[in-house]
Design a protein around this ligand. Structure first.
Ligand code: BTN
Length: 281
């Protein structure tokens, strides 16, 4: 059993009330219910379930701790008490038309939030948030399908506020960091959550207004400075090596291969992006 407190208006938990107050301070009157759990398996899993039961656009699930936090590519996301774990529901035609842009836009939102909190975050394609070469946050977008097609997208974000996991050797980033390590102060977890949610609302409003090119431009500005460098990634067992040229309009990474042709890499096929050992610089 999870210890949960649901908020849909009256009878809000103290945590939800505080989060709503902090969102107000971030100039965001939150338009949908927020559900808070002290302990849950995964906020993404719970929000997908709630979405199928009719949760509205911008519904949020937030937890103090996750027992089975989901990471990309089936990995587990280390989720002890002390960090931020939240999921946001996105509905609307724009999400169905441009689902690939959802995780990248989430990265821009988290990068904006961390900048506001005094850090200099960088984005590593497709959706790692780094400070220096260490991972501080991760994003996981999952689709909820209906017989008519895509019903909604659940965007989950984990931000290391106080505790950093050890990554396993299958990850291309083997070092993690936290807001405490980088900013030298222990930020209030709910304050971080409110800042992230407010920036997400801002960025997804921009996507809904068709400002996807602006979001992609901002993603490029926050990106690690690997443009023009030789990188490698794996698609299945196949190693792909090429010069990192640009981001396509669907958020795909465009590589120039050694034979001069262009190769588009999509987030769901590629893993372990890193600078190649053959890179001259
Ligand atoms: C990654 O592997 O980099 C993505 C990690 C995403 C973790 C977050 S924590 C909140 C939300 N709920 C989950 O189960 N996963 C995401």
């Amino acid at each position: 059993m999870t210890d949960s407190s649901y908020s849909g208006g009256t009878g809000e938990s103290a945590t939800v009330r505080r989060l709503l107050m902090l969102l107000d301070r971030n100039e965001r009157r939150w338009p949908a219910p927020i559900e808070h759990h002290r302990r849950i398996d995964s906020t993404n899993r719970r929000l997908k379930e709630w979405s199928r039961a009719g949760a509205p656009d911008r519904a949020v699930v937030i937890a103090d701790e996750q027992t089975a936090g989901a990471g990309r590519r089936g990995r587990v996301w280390f989720s002890p008490p002390g960090n931020v774990y939240l999921s946001l529901l996105l509905r609307g035609d724009w999400a169905a038309e441009r689902p690939f842009l959802v995780p990248l836009t989430g990265g821009v939102a988290v990068a904006r939030a961390l900048t506001q909190l005094g850090l200099r975050p960088r984005l590593k394609w497709p959706n790692d948030v780094l400070v220096g070469d260490r991972k501080i946050a991760g994003l996981l977008a999952e689709s909820v399908m209906s017989p008519r097609g895509l019903d909604s997208i659940v965007l989950g974000a984990g931000v290391n506020v106080r505790l950093a996991p050890d990554f396993d050797s299958s990850s291309s980033i083997d070092r993690a960091t936290t807001l405490r390590d980088e900013a030298g102060v222990v930020h209030d977890r709910l304050d971080v959550a409110a800042t992230v949610l407010a920036r997400m609302a801002e960025c997804y409003d921009a996507l809904a207004r068709n400002e996807s090119e602006e979001m992609l431009m901002e993603w490029r500005r926050f990106s690690v400075h690997w443009w023009g460098r030789l990188v490698e990634a794996y698609t299945g067992e196949k190693r792909v090596v090429g010069v990192m040229e640009d981001l396509g309009e669907q958020g795909e990474l465009i590589l120039r291969l050694q034979n001069g042709s262009m190769r588009k890499l999509y987030a769901d096929e590629a893993r372990r992006l890193r600078i190649s050992a053959e890179d001259g610089r």
